[in-house]
Ligand binder design. Structure first.
Ligand code: SF4
Length: 292
């Protein structure tokens, strides 16, 4: 049974799906590491996962950063990045305080009637009538709304969501520097879920029959296989989505380079922190108390 993520499906491109089997890509780069760190910190803060282990949210943020960028050391940039992910997570928390999701990072799958493919998704925040998705950038794309609508349709069919529901894409890009989250909130009805279900089901069955055609879209700008498919022309001057991606990648690359030589297993004392590492995991990151 082939497993296709909703984010892969959103390319609506049979070439992309074929390439992703022939040349699987684990990650699209260090920008992903930053995004994963933000998601992980939000998850731990909202689910209360850190309670009892870390003294403060700041300590938790350091721990998450060290897991995302193993071997990080303190520097002005590291401090800036920790503040940034913490600001984003706090902004997400303020949104969660309003909409009150009850579950976080819920994994699910649904076949849309296909016999050989199953679509998999992760809902960042969920309750009986609510699905929220965190985005670490600020570029708002129609495909982000599509993603949450597909999640909602799958969750509804699985009995994990009741419709009508409130769906939201929460942009955290401007929250990193202390601004607020920008939630794009909309309603989703049963009739819309039926349309989504039919659309996805038809795409998957056409793909299985080899009849689906590549669909040139904004997503081609992000597609890691663009250089092989030779079907797209990217206007690098005007493509805002591409520029945002480059900015994120450049920054993440910088973070990776500057966040230093790496800790081995054991306990490490830095000027302000005590870090304990076992295997590849950071067990504890604790700010030293004054005078220790
Ligand atoms: S660049 Fe566009 S058309 Fe080409 S494989 Fe990627 S998504 Fe498909």
């Amino acid at each position: 049974m082939r497993r296709i993520s909703v984010t892969s499906l959103l390319y609506w491109c049979p070439l992309y799906l074929d390439y992703s089997v022939q040349m699987p890509i684990q990650t699209t780069g260090t920008a992903d590491q930053f995004g994963s760190a933000v998601h992980e910190l939000i998850y731990r803060m909202l689910s209360g996962d850190h309670k009892g282990l870390f003294d403060t949210e700041e300590d938790l943020a350091w721990s998450v950063l060290l897991e995302a960028f193993p071997g990080s050391v303190e520097s002005p940039l590291t401090v800036e990045v920790v503040n940034e992910i913490l600001n984003m997570a706090k902004a997400a928390q303020r949104v969660a305080d309003v909409y009150k999701p009850e579950e976080f990072e819920v994994k699910f799958d649904y076949s849309f009637g296909s016999e050989d493919t199953v679509v998999v998704g992760i809902a960042d925040a969920l309750s009986e009538n609510l699905v929220l998705d965190w985005k670490t950038g600020s570029y708002q794309a129609e495909s982000h709304r599509q993603q949450v609508k597909i999640y909602a349709t799958m969750l509804w069919r699985l009995g994990l969501l009741s419709l009508p529901a409130t769906l939201g894409v929460v942009y955290l890009g401007n929250a990193g520097k202390g601004g607020d989250a920008e939630p794009v909130i909309f309603n989703f009805q049963e009739s819309e879920a039926e349309v989504v279900e039919t659309f996805v089901g038809q795409f998957l069955s056409q793909y299985a029959l080899g009849n689906a055609k590549p669909h040139i879209s904004d997503h081609c700008a992000f597609c890691p296989y663009g250089r092989w498919c030779n079907r797209t022309l990217k206007n690098v001057e005007t493509n805002d989505a591409l520029h945002e991606l480059w900015k994120l990648q450049e920054r993440a690359g910088l973070i990776q380079k500057q966040l230093a030589p790496g800790f081995g297993e054991g306990i490490h004392l830095t000027e302000d922190f005590i870090v304990e590492k076992k295997g590849s995991f950071y067990l504890k990151v604790r700010r030293k108390s004054n005078g220790s």
